[in-house]
Design a protein around this ligand. Structure first.
Ligand SMILES: [Zn+2]
Length: 99
């Protein structure tokens, strides 16, 4: 199943962690600092951090021209976050990180 959101294509069927019944969650950031993310689990960049990832939560190199979708994974809880909206779009409890 493919569908379009805000002009970008998301292939849900390839994400084993996607649950369409999951209530929408959003992470927050420190007031005045949009880069100082605070995950729902309490993780922040100086803690376990966040890594660019694909839609299944595995870390990717965010290279221009690659198919990176502006997603980040929380290294503590595995929530997959859309960096533009801070919406949690999925979860991978065991993201594969690049070494
Ligand atoms: Zn988290």
């Amino acid at each position: 199943m493919d569908y379009h959101t805000k002009g970008r294509r998301i292939t849900i069927s390839t994400n084993p962690w996607y649950d369409p019944n999951m209530p929408k969650e959003f992470i927050t950031h420190e007031s005045g600092n949009e880069e100082a993310w605070i995950c729902i689990c309490g993780n922040q960049p100086p803690g376990d951090g966040f890594f660019p990832c694909d839609e299944t939560g595995n870390e990717v190199e965010p290279i221009v021209g690659s198919d990176w979708e502006n997603l980040y994974v929380c290294a503590r809880c595995g929530r997959i976050i859309d960096m533009n909206t801070l919406e949690v779009v999925g979860r991978n409890p065991h993201p594969k990180l690049l070494v």
